[in-house]
Design a protein around this ligand. Sequence first.
Ligand code: URA
Length: 210
Amino acid sequence: MSQHLTTVYHPLIQHNLTLLRDGTTSTPQFRRLLREISLVMAAEATRDLPMTTRRIETPLEPMEAPVLEGRAPVLVSILRAGNGLLDGLLEVVSEADVGFVGLYRDKDTLRPVQYYCKLPDGLDARRVIVVDPMLATGNSSAATVDLLKQAGARDIRFVCLLAAPEGVARMKQAHPDVPIMTAALDRELSDKGYILPGLGDAGDRMYGTK
Ligand code: URA
């Protein structure tokens, strides 16, 4: 994942993403589809984790076998929609520790306001994968990465489902060292800060709120 933006054109992701976008998809279906997508995204997002080897004994002979190097990665969910991606990633990266960052968007300024932050230790020596399904203005994402860098994180990735060009540009300007992985790069942001064509409010659709 060396380039700044990677779009994952996996057929299972793209098929499920279309169903997620469909406004007639129910909340239980939405959660199921999101979980399925996040399992495949997890495999893609962890493709370049650093590896080393360990000597083990199979039932037949010793071997130098590949294992993940260093401490387990850290997953950071931007509340609350990030949790929809987090669950699938945690199933694949089950040894990960998990941080949560709570930010809400001020309705008038669209700027992020922090209300919660709880992070695991040792961020300076671990891969940190931030998850939020929607990279819209990029303000919450950039603010979260600011927090993580202040806490010592150096190796940070951002994983989302849909990205707006405006959000990608904001992240590139604020954090050019943080690669972004998305399932789709959409057309633009609406004047209310929604991604178009998008899928609506991810948190509301995931949890059945309005
Ligand atoms: N957050 C959402 O949930 N949806 C958008 O379109 C933009 C931000």
